[in-house]
Unconditional design. Structure first.
Lengths: 115, 113
C-alpha cells in the first residue's frame, strides 16, 4: 500500500498526559498537512510542511501542540498536557506541489479520546 | 477569512432520484475540491476543479465550478445506496504559498431503497 499511513489509529489517554502521532506520507510528496476533525464537522487546518520546513500554523495550534518533519519524510504531531477538548480525529494529508494542480491525499486518521 | 458553506447539511434521498449539493465560498479561489467520507473513515478525493466552468463527472456524480459566483455544485444522478456518505467541498487560500484547505461542514447523504 503506497497511500498515507498514520499511527496509531486510535489513542485513549488521560487528561494531562502527552501523546504523539506519526504520519508517513506518499513517498514522493513534498507537502504534508495536519488537520483536526471533530464529530459532525469538516476538517480544520492545523499546520503544514514543505519538505522539512514548517511553513504555516493555524491559530488552533496552541503552544501545547508541536509538529515536526525532521527529514522531510514522516511527520510527528505531539500534544502536551492533553485536555478533553483535544478529543478529535487527527488527519494527515500529503501532496505534490505541481503549480496549482495539487491534490491532498488523506491518511486514515488517528482518533484521540482524552478522558 | 475564507468561509465555505454547504447546503443542505442533511439529505435523504430515494434511490433513482436526482439531487444537487451546493457549495458557496466567500473569497476568490481558483480551485475547488470535493471529498467523500464514509462513517469512521478518512477522506477520499472525488474531484479537483481547476478553473471557471470546469465540469467533471465520475459515475453518477458530476461536479462543476463557477468562480464568478463562488459556487460549486455536486450533482447526483439516479442515486444508489452505495453513494450514502458525507460529502465535503473545500477551497484553498490563495494568499498562502501552500494550499491549506478550508472545508465546508459537509453534507450527510442517505440514499434509501
Amino acid at each position: 500500500d503506497t497511500g498515507v499511513s498514520q499511527d496509531p489509529r486510535h489513542k485513549i489517554t488521560k487528561r494531562g498526559q502527552n501523546v504523539t502521532f506519526r504520519c508517513d506520507p506518499i513517498s514522493e510528496h513534498n507537502r504534508l498537512y495536519w488537520y483536526r476533525q471533530t464529530l459532525g464537522q469538516g476538517p480544520e487546518f492545523l499546520t503544514y510542511f514543505q519538505n522539512e520546513a514548517q511553513l504555516e500554523k493555524s491559530r488552533l495550534l496552541s503552544d501545547r501542540f508541536s509538529a515536526e518533519r525532521p527529514k522531510g519524510s514522516f511527520s510527528t504531531l505531539e500534544i502536551q498536557r492533553t485536555e478533553q477538548g483535544d478529543s478529535a480525529m487527527y488527519l494527515c494529508a500529503s501532496s505534490l506541489a505541481t503549480g496549482g494542480r495539487e491534490t491532498q491525499y488523506f491518511g486514515p486518521g488517528t482518533r484521540l479520546l482524552v478522558l | 477569512e475564507l468561509k465555505v458553506e454547504q447546503n443542505p447539511l442533511f439529505l435523504s434521498m430515494q434511490e433513482e432520484k436526482n439531487y444537487t449539493i451546493y457549495c458557496n465560498y466567500s473569497t476568490t479561489s481558483d480551485r475547488l475540491y470535493w471529498y467523500r467520507q464514509d462513517p469512521g473513515k478518512s477522506l477520499e478525493s472525488l474531484f479537483v476543479l481547476l478553473s471557471n466552468g470546469a465540469v467533471k463527472q465520475e459515475g453518477r456524480l458530476m461536479a462543476s465550478l463557477d468562480t464568478k459566483a463562488r459556487l460549486s455544485t455536486l450533482h447526483i444522478t439516479a442515486a444508489v445506496h452505495d453513494l450514502s456518505a458525507t460529502y465535503f467541498c473545500a477551497a484553498p487560500r490563495r494568499e498562502t504559498s501552500g494550499s491549506r484547505l478550508t472545508f465546508g461542514e459537509g453534507t450527510q447523504l442517505t440514499v434509501n431503497p
